[in-house]
Ligand binder design. Structure first.
Ligand code: PMP
Length: 426
């Protein structure tokens, strides 16, 4: 399959005007023009099964969300310094999905801003500056947040107040080791901060460790780490930008699977099903003093259209039972992948929670040696068979399968068939 002349011309125009910071997926980039449910359509009319995009979480162009956005856009869209029921209704519905202690919400437009605000709040509340994150974390693009997003590689310098800890690798450590190791590593990072005269402000983790390679279990391994940061006077921030909104199946929020109590939870991506919205849900005590002094204002965050989009997303998750669907279809998919692994030794590990699934590709299961080249061939091979996924992890050898939550068993079977076919030739 080769790229058509029209797409080649578009790539050239794109490079010329967008410059070198923009990247495209795939050896043969995709030119998408339309989406519906779990399917995406390209410019030549081909249809692709989307097993990757978590933003369009309730399905591409879901009619309820489209209707909510367009109806509100036609009536009023302004900022949050006027009274409006939309933001209050939405915040009430949103916080009701959290444990009781997390009862207040603040709105931004991106996950990066949410994490940036979380840093400011944590530093204000604790009087400390130290931040602990994982080795390959991504928390966003602002300067403050990039300083603890090591997955950005050499393009950023980690802050002198930042310590990183290895993500809990369930493929290389036993469940017993997993339950202790992460907590011990966080304790060591706290001790190192203190040795350098830095008071810890917060521990932040993506509760499914997406960019670190997707580590969902064993449930509870986060607890000792959260206890350690609390004992040191710091806060725990759960970055739910990827796992949140029902994706992990068993719970609405990833941290709930671990039985921990975050001080702040940052959310985004699927929150508006594509309408840019994000935010923080937090314990009122955390914001009580900072709030009145912060002069917090976000021009677009929490505006009436955002509130309408967010409400439609939450309604859809509830009405369509999408959290339960994520659990059932995710388990079905993981069972299918585990079966496939029996006849394909290059599948070293299948892991995940709900519709957040990682498949680790190795050249030899005995040594667990990563095979990034094969992983790339699989991702591109699936694209040629009209199935979209991606890869992540420190060795770039973990297939990242993270479809819209409306993914059905039948869709999962399509993915499994395509993967089996790719593995024959990849
Ligand atoms: N946190 C996590 C875990 C993310 O995956 C991302 C985006 N990839 C962000 C924060 C930043 O969100 P945004 O791109 O909306 O700024």
């Amino acid at each position: 399959e080769r790229l058509g002349e029209a797409d080649k011309a578009l790539i050239a125009r794109r490079e010329k005007v967008l410059g070198p910071a923009y990247r495209l997926f795939y050896e043969e980039p995709l030119h998408l023009v339309r989406g519906e449910g779990v399917f995406l359509h390209d410019a030549s009319g081909e249809k692709y099964l989307d097993a990757y995009n978590n933003v369009a979480s309730v399905g591409h162009c879901h009619p309820r969300v489209v209707e909510a956005i367009t109806a509100q856009t036609a009536v009023l869209n302004t900022h949050t310094r006027y009274l409006h029921e939309g933001i209050v209704d939405y915040a009430e519905t949103l916080t009701a999905t959290f444990p009781d202690a997390l009862s207040q919400a603040m709105f931004t437009c991106t996950g990066s801003e949410a994490n940036d605000l979380a840093v400011r709040i944590a530093r204000f509340v604790t009087g400390g500056t130290g931040i602990i994150a994982t080795d390959l974390a991504y928390h966003g693009l602002t300067n403050a947040v990039a300083e603890f997003s090591p997955s950005l590689g050499e393009s950023v310098t980690l802050g002198p107040h930042v310590r990183t800890v290895p993500a809990p690798d369930s493929y290389r450590y036993s469940p017993e080791e997993m339950m202790e190791k992460f907590g011990r590593d966080v304790e060591a990072a706290i001790a190192d901060l203190k040795r350098h005269g830095i008071r810890p402000a917060m521990l932040i983790t993506d509760t499914i460790f997406s960019s670190d390679g997707i580590f969902a279990g064993p449930k509870g391994f986060l607890k000792p780490a959260v206890d350690a940061i609390h004992a040191a006077g710091g806060l725990f921030v759960a970055d739910e930008v990827q796992p949140g909104f029902g994706r992990t199946g068993e719970a609405m929020w990833g941290f709930e699977r671990h039985g921990v109590a975050p001080d702040m939870v940052t959310i985004g991506k699927p929150m508006g099903n594509g309408y840019p919205m994000a935010g923080i849900v937090l314990r009122p005590e955390v914001i009580a003093e900072f709030g009145p002094r912060a002069r917090y204002f976000n021009t677009f965050g929490g505006n009436p259209v955002a509130a309408a989009a967010g409400k439609a997303v939450l309604d859809t998750i509830r009405i369509e039972g999408l959290q339960q669907n994520a659990l059932e279809v995710g388990n079905h998919l993981m069972e299918g992948l585990t079966t496939l692994a029996r006849s394909h030794p290059t599948i070293g590990d299948v892991r995940g929670a709900g519709l957040f699934v990682g498949v680790e590709i190795v050249s030899d299961p005995a040594t667990k040696r990563a095979d990034a080249a094969l992983t790339t061939r699989i991702v591109n091979g699936l694209r040629r068979r009209r199935v979209l996924i991606s890869a992540s992890g420190p060795r770039a050898n973990v297939l990242k399968i993270r479809p819209p939550l409306v993914f059905s068993r039948e869709n999962a079977d399509m993915l499994l068939e395509a993967l089996e076919d790719v593995l024959k030739t990849a």
